[in-house]
Design a protein around this ligand. Structure first.
Ligand code: NAG
Ligand code: NAG
Ligand code: NAG
Length: 511
């Protein structure tokens, strides 16, 4: 259960109340990318010194459960360890323990990567080896950047991902940037920010994905929408077009929530063909922009091949909403949807004979109030089913500290723990929840944003797919040069449950 509250009240009225319950089976895009990026949490490191033994039990229960599941099957251990070919076999196991061990903790995914995706990943790894830090091509690019002139096409093109925004956003944008790199044959290098190297394993064998500190372009804070190198701003000034003779050696792409109409032309085929000629792209985004890539004809065919199943397919803010309303909503959601049993107000608490079943509830929130309330609820009264409900909260920080390393390690571990659950309830708009659902291949129950300080009715709905929502998609038809409803162009890209103007990928079983 993941709870955040947004401070943006004015827009919450627009939240779509309709909830569609289609049966869908989506090969999680972000899920695959996250697995590839080996971004597995460091639970044992983070919680080793903590008194939360219950939490360990929680994780171990999942392990045992998993073992029980698989004992009947003959498991190809080697293959499993590589997550069905998502991971390369070429790593030293000791370099990052969680990389190959993550398989121990999770159910095997029903969504198998296509063999084409596997082969493209191996091809990407080769490209990374050929073009990564301090290779000949890399050095040539560095020279070009130092001289400030475009000296012909090198063999390798690059995209630099700038560490920006909270951890949940960063994980989602990393996955987006990686997919974009894959689609455009670019090498992904990441700005290490304060703690990226501390939080993630190296995803590609042999050469690092971290941008070397001596890279000539490294003052990323300077880049903004109005930088001379900003693509959108250049378009605005007519400083670049497909007839420009010489393209600049690098461009800055501003794809953050506040981007404007010119910046959004990034999502047009015509602009993509221009960008192809630029050796280095530097991207700042806090948006999971994958759904819009699916609306571009330039990538359509490749995406279909990569993710063929069927028809193709914020951060924490201390709340402004009164805590009690959200609390009521959470309880209303799990009672109405029968995710957890009700308590029996009449009965004294007794160990109910016959039913020894128990459920563990993991709560992540900056506010410990939810934990206290739900825990007390099940502590004071028996459940009507006789089940025992254990309630756990790994940490509560009271406010988000984006730049604090230890905070981020704990946040990462919590997203990971949430991804191990069987049933997930998340707050609308929560990137923290999006990461958990994607990693765990879970379709969460999404809590609607409260309006007018009342509990929404219905309190929550089931997500259409495990995919995150792109909160700020463009709504421009590049060919027709008009505004369109981008949620109605193709069946597999739709408006989100938790944000009416957002876009997400869904897959329809029976179209
Ligand atoms: C690239 O440059 C670095 C020094 O900046 C050097 O150590 C390395 O050997 C060079 N790589 C190649 C392949 O020449
Ligand atoms: C440049 O783009 C325009 C559309 O914006 C297109 O009509 C024209 O053919 C393109 N020119 C080149 C040289 O690609
Ligand atoms: C919330 O309150 C405003 C102003 O009082 C009202 O116009 C609006 O319809 C209310 N929304 C809902 C969902 O009740």
């Amino acid at each position: 259960m993941e709870l955040t509250e947004s401070k943006t009240k004015s827009v919450s009225q627009l939240v779509e109340r309709k909830c569609e319950l289609n049966i869908m089976k989506l090969m999680g895009i972000v899920s695959a990318c996250l697995m590839i990026l080996s971004v597995f949490a460091i639970i044992s490191v983070v919680y080793r010194e903590s008194p939360l033994d219950q939490l360990k039990e929680f994780a171990e229960a999942r392990v045992n459960h998993h073992k029980g599941d698989s004992s009947s099957k003959s498991v190809d251990e080697h293959k499993d360890k590589l997550l069905d070919g998502l991971l390369s076999a070429g790593f030293d196991e000791k370099s990052c323990l969680s990389r190959y061990r993550s398989v121990l903790y999770r159910r095997s995914s029903p969504h198998k990567p296509s063999s084409y995706l596997q082969s493209r990943l191996r091809k990407y790894e080769d490209l990374h080896k050929q073009c990564g830090p301090y290779t000949e091509s890399y050095n040539k690019t560095v020279e070009m950047l130092k001289s400030g002139h475009h000296i012909g096409q090198t063999d390798c093109n690059y995209i630099i991902w700038i560490a920006y925004s909270g951890l949940g956003n960063r994980i989602l944008t990393m996955a987006s940037a990686f997919l974009y790199a894959l689609l455009t044959n670019r090498v992904l290098l990441v700005d290490r920010g304060n703690d990226i190297d501390d939080l993630f394993c190296e995803p590609f064998p042999e050469l690092s994905w971290l941008l070397p500190l001596d890279f000539p372009v490294n003052e990323f804070n300077k880049f903004n929408q109005k930088s001379p190198e900003s693509y959108g701003y250049m378009l605005k000034r007519n400083a670049i077009s497909n007839t420009t003779n010489s393209l600049p050696p690098f461009l800055y792409l501003h794809l953050a929530h506040d981007y404007d109409d010119k910046d959004k032309l990034f999502f047009c085929d015509h602009d993509q063909s221009l960008l192809q000629g630029v050796s280095l792209l530097i991207m700042r985004t806090n948006e999971y922009f994958v759904p819009s890539l699916f609306l571009m004809s330039a990538f359509e065919q490749e995406l279909r091949k990569l993710f063929p199943s069927k028809d193709t397919i914020r951060t924490f803010e201390p709340g402004n909403h009164p805590f009690q309303h959200v609390m009521d909503q959470v309880v209303a959601c799990f009672v109405k949807e029968k995710l957890l049993p009700e308590v029996d107000p009449q009965e004294p608490i007794l160990s109910a004979p016959g039913n020894r079943k128990s459920k563990a509830v993991l709560i992540t929130s900056l506010n410990s109030g939810y934990f206290d309330k739900i825990k007390n609820m099940y502590w004071e009264k028996p459940t009507v089913t006789g089940e025992t409900i254990g309630v756990y909260q790994p940490s509560n920080e009271e406010h988000q500290q984006t730049e604090n390393n230890f905070h981020n390690r704990k946040a990462w571990a919590e997203m990971y723990l949430l991804s191990l659950t069987h049933v997930l309830i998340t707050s609308g708009w929560s990137t923290f929840g999006y990461v958990a659902q994607s990693l765990g291949a879970l379709k969460p129950w999404i809590l609607y944003k409260p309006e007018n300080h009342t509990t929404p009715d219905p309190p929550c709905c089931r997500a259409m797919s495990m995919e995150p929502c792109f909160h700020a998609p463009p709504s421009y038809d590049c060919k027709a040069k008009t505004w369109v409803d981008t949620g109605a162009l193709v069946p597999h890209v739709r408006h989100c449950e938790d944000m009416i103007w957002g876009l997400k990928l869904v897959e329809l079983d029976n179209l």
